[in-house]
Design a protein around this ligand. Structure first.
Ligand code: NAG
Ligand code: NAG
Length: 914
């Protein structure tokens, strides 16, 4: 009887626990209505601001003007300063701030260290202003074919396409601009704000900014991560729209986030991209790290104004709690141009180490050294490659980062060396909350040096996180970043070795007992900056400091790998991110694609979702589907919550182990292709994984498709997002055909195919007219595959032609920046495959030396008449015969294959089919 009761109680406890786990605690977070600046801004009507531009002139190569109120009644309002600057590639920058010569109470915060140092030197020195419409507007040159126009009354800024006279993008066309200027507090002012049990003292009072931005020739807008929602942003206000929250940008640790919500998650990139059939793409970026709320307005939202809407225009409304206007406009017109323009400002993604784009095995937690050894050896036993084993918070001594629980991990160096001997790496977690323990050297040092963020009373801010009472280093300060970076040296981080890399979690920052589970807004940082002004970039500076630590540790010649949960514009320069604590269900599998695509569209190419879902236990079928999809994420890691059942690839029966292994094999085979794409992202900003419309910009059928995506320009992937799927409808864009990656079967482009689906794989296709490089021998890790031979898969199009690229370097150092790499273009036409050198002729370090050769060339779509191929310059003949499309797969279909051409990948050659 007592046992029964006990069991009942346990069951009840378990249920109540489960219940709390399975619900998003909505009431813990503010809505727009509960956020005074958002509520105020949203209630304003068009035509309410009426600022006029005066004193328009050229100064230091910029256009400058004053913005003054039209009506004298607003006598309190001082003129604002407006500056317009023009940069190469068609980039327009607008700054609006209070006039320092009128001595505002405080300097408003401008986010440092996001704009790359090269950018200012691309400024075009504006020679003159042209007067338009009889002096009612002023215009300046922006690029060949585009001007920037400033209308004076009321002020409005727009970019004009000079040939058509059409607008591209504009600001304040609806006269919603509002800028709350800082004031000296008078006795009657009560600036405090309450949310739940928290008081925000708001010592500087209201200081929000809001305005409208319109995109022309646009059918959809995209971007502004991070949230779990569709790729194309749905309207949040207007006729026929269920009044919803605006899209929120506020970095938060949202426990159990739901899969379809405008609510902001861990990161913020205030960058929006538009796309439409009429014009192509344009972009708008607001460099501001305070809380932001953005409405996408449905056509007719301003119906009262009686103005007929031009079609294909999308209006948006931007609101921020603090900061200045520092906004960038990008003219596109191709989607890839917008990425080039945006990353000219915020930087292209760092080139990752090769190992970090392979498969990562993680869980909270691998318990001890024995557990690590067991998991590691199981991969070997089953011939499943993997590159990185991860340790979560439990590996530390009481959540003191940079330490080890010596009972569980007595020999960390030896453990890492064992992994390294198989070419594998380890990642440990280092979070920003530092345990307030006088015996912890890091805390002692940080508190003595005054390196912590300060609370509103000027003491070290003390918040609750994993270790209990914690403080947070103020990494906005470059000196503190440098101090933090030094903590990653081998001397300082005991038990670390060169094969150890880092993971930054909880850096939104997460504060369990803070308002909305984060830091209070009236906490202060370096230079008197309020947390409200900086919030969305806190995690960015922490990520930066950590990446710099690994750079220092490696003496500048080992590329850092740091995974971060929080992110901001520019995070792409410091490492990878993941989509945080998702859930093991089909909806989360599905939403991972728009999330990863959105991050890529906003510069953050290196991202992925936790394979399997962090919370909960995936059914084996879901887990297998997740591996099959995740094998195409730029960042490919399995991870799981502490309370979930173990789910290493071999725990679901032999068949599922085979399926998971096969999915991982696909990724390893495609590593040369992925690595080439990472280099493309590194040089151009164009993401590894792309929405279809980035490759097919005039095909409307692709604009809101976020179930299908492109990996580079050559592979299309369709996830399977439902249980026991037997069929899938897949739209294959373009005029050319597509080859099934697995079977080589050919499908027509420009139509939706109803395909049969098996458990073996998700639909994936190679585009006709492309060549991709693979490595088909599997070893323990990517590192061990370095010298393995290549397979080229030539997918011919209707003109029996194809093209592709391959980039190779040492996979780890910075020698590639001095020319230490191989970059080839393969061209197949008129029956001849040619390898052309794309690397510049000379370089100080010399080419990356590789003896690797090409062991197999597969010709898809080739008329099967030829028997031989002639290799030049060696003048050798090799056979053409039928061979398997995938060597390691039983029942792989036979395809036309040039066997053993054995040409070197680093050399020039041609192979002619005869
Ligand atoms: C590529 O990545 C490296 C860091 O890995 C960075 O130093 C470089 O600026 C990036 N961009 C280019 C064009 O190489
Ligand atoms: C076939 O592919 C080649 C190489 O990518 C390309 O130049 C050519 O335009 C393509 N032909 C057709 C008809 O699309």
């Amino acid at each position: 009887m007592r046992n029964e009761t006990l069991r009942l109680i346990l069951l009840l406890l378990l249920c109540s626990h489960l219940h709390s786990v399975l619900s998003w605690k909505k009431e813990e977070f503010r809505t727009c209505h509960q956020t005074p600046f958002c509520k105020r801004a949203r209630s304003r009507a068009p035509g309410s601001s009426s600022l006029i531009a005066t004193d328009v002139t050229i100064s230091h190569g910029d256009l400058t003007a004053k913005l003054t109120p039209k009506h004298d009644s607003q006598s309190e309002t001082k003129p604002l300063l407006l500056t317009l600057s023009v940069y190469q590639r068609g980039i327009l920058r607008l700054k609006i701030d209070e006039d320092p010569s009128l001595s505002p109470p405080k300097k408003r915060f401008e986010v440092p260290d996001v704009i790359v140092s090269e950018f200012p030197s691309t400024k075009l020195w504006l020679p003159k202003i042209s007067s338009v419409e009889n002096g009612l507007s002023s215009s300046v040159y922006l690029s060949d074919g585009h001007s920037a126009v400033l209308r004076h009354d009321p002020f409005e800024l727009f970019i004009r396409d000079d040939s058509s006279g059409d607008r591209v993008i504009s600001l304040n066309s609806h006269d919603l601009f509002d800028f709350e200027q800082l004031k000296h507090k008078s006795e009657d002012d009560n600036w405090e704000e309450q949310f739940r049990s928290h008081t925000d003292r708001r010592p500087y009072g209201p200081q929000s900014i809001s305005f409208d931005v319109s995109f022309y020739g646009a059918d959809f807008v995209y971007g502004i991560p991070e949230r779990a929602a569709s790729l194309a942003l749905k309207p949040t206000r207007g006729p026929n729209v269920d009044e919803s929250e605006p899209y929120r940008l506020f970095n938060l640790d949202v426990f159990e986030y739901i899969h379809d919500s405008p609510f902001g998650l861990y990161g913020s990139i205030p960058f929006m991209v538009s796309h439409g059939k009429a014009r192509g793409s344009s972009g708008f970026f607001w460099l501001n790290a305070a809380e932001m709320q953005i409405d996408v307005l449905a056509p007719g939202w301003d119906a009262e104004s009686g103005i007929a809407l031009p079609s294909h225009r999308i209006d948006t409304f931007w609101m921020s709690e603090a900061g200045v206007v520092d906004a960038f406009f990008f003219i596109g017109p191709n989607p890839k141009d917008v990425l080039r323009q945006y990353t000219a400002v915020t930087g292209t993604p760092a080139m990752p180490q090769l190992f970090s784009i392979a498969y990562h095995q993680c869980r909270w937690n691998y318990r001890d050294e024995e557990d690590v050894e067991h998991v590691d050896s199981k991969f070997d036993e089953l011939d499943i490659p993997y590159d990185v084993l991860w340790l979560d918070i439990e590996h530390t001594d009481g959540k003191r980062y940079f330490t080890w629980d010596r009972a569980l991990f007595p020999h960390p160096e030896e453990m890492q060396r064992k992994l390294a001997s198989k070419g594998r790496h380890m990642v440990t977690i280092v979070d920003p909350h530092i345990k307030r323990d006088e015996n912890f050297h890091l805390h002692k040092e940080a508190s003595q040096k005054g390196y912590y963020v300060k609370d509103a009373s000027g003491n070290d801010f003390d918040g609750w996180c994993w270790p209990g009472s914690s403080s947070y280093p103020d990494t906005l300060n470059p000196e503190i970043r440098s101090w933090w970076a030094d903590k990653f040296s081998y001397q300082s981080y005991e038990g670390s070795t060169p094969s150890l890399y880092i993971w930054n979690d909880m850096n939104e920052p997460s504060v369990f007992n803070g308002p909305e589970v984060t830091m209070p807004r009236d906490v202060t940082h370096y230079g008197g900056v309020e947390h409200r002004e900086l919030h969305n970039a806190y995690g960015y500076y922490f990520h930066m400091a950590t990446a710099n630590g690994l750079l220092k540790r490696g003496e500048g010649n080992d590329r850092p790998f740091v995974l971060s949960r929080a992110l901001f514009a520019g995070s792409q320069r410091y490492g990878a991110v993941w989509t945080g604590d998702n859930t093991a269900d089909w909806d989360h599998l599905r939403v991972s694609i728009p999330m990863v695509l959105t991050l890529g569209l906003t510069g953050m190419s290196f991202s992925g979702a936790d394979i399997g879902g962090f919370f909960g236990n995936p059914e084996p079928e879901l887990l297998v589907r997740w591996y099959q999809l995740g094998a195409y994420y730029p960042f490919f890691r399995a991870h799981a919550h502490h309370d979930t059942k173990r789910r290493e690839p071999w725990l679901f029966g032999e068949r599922n182990t085979e399926l998971i292994k096969d999915a991982i094999h696909v990724r390893y085979a495609l590593l040369p292709y992925f690595y080439t794409l990472f280099r493309e992202a590194n040089t151009t900003g164009v993401p590894v994984v792309r929405p279809l419309w980035m490759e097919f910009p005039s095909d409307e059928a692709t604009f809101s498709n976020d179930e299908t995506f492109m990996v580079g320009s050559s592979i299309l992937v369709q996830g399977i997002y439902t249980e026991r799927a037997k069929h899938a409808s897949v739209y294959l864009p373009g005029k050319q055909s597509w080859y099934d990656l697995r079977t080589g079967a050919v499908y027509k482009g420009g139509v939706t195919h109803k395909l049969e689906v098996t458990e073996e794989s998700i639909p994936a296709f190679q585009r006709a007219g492309t060549i991709i490089a693979r490595k088909d021998r599997f070893r323990r890790s990517s590192t061990q595959m370095a010298n393995d031979p290549y397979t080229l898969v030539v997918a011919l199009n209707s003109s029996q032609a194809a093209e592709g690229e391959l980039y190779i370097d040492d996979g780890s150092s910075f020698n590639f920046l001095q020319g230490g790499y191989i970059h080839r273009r393969f061209i197949f036409s008129n029956g001849k495959l040619t390898s052309i050198d794309l690397a510049p002729a000379s370089s100080s370090k010399g080419r990356y030396p590789s003896d690797a050769f090409i062991e197999r060339i597969i010709l898809l779509g080739h008329a099967p008449s030829s028997k031989n191929a002639l290799i030049e310059p060696s003048n050798q003949k090799v056979d053409i015969e039928l061979g398997p499309l995938w060597v390691l797969r039983a029942r792989a279909p036979a395809v036309t294959t040039i066997r053993r051409p054995n040409v070197r990948v680093a050399e020039d050659w041609t192979i002619t089919v005869i």
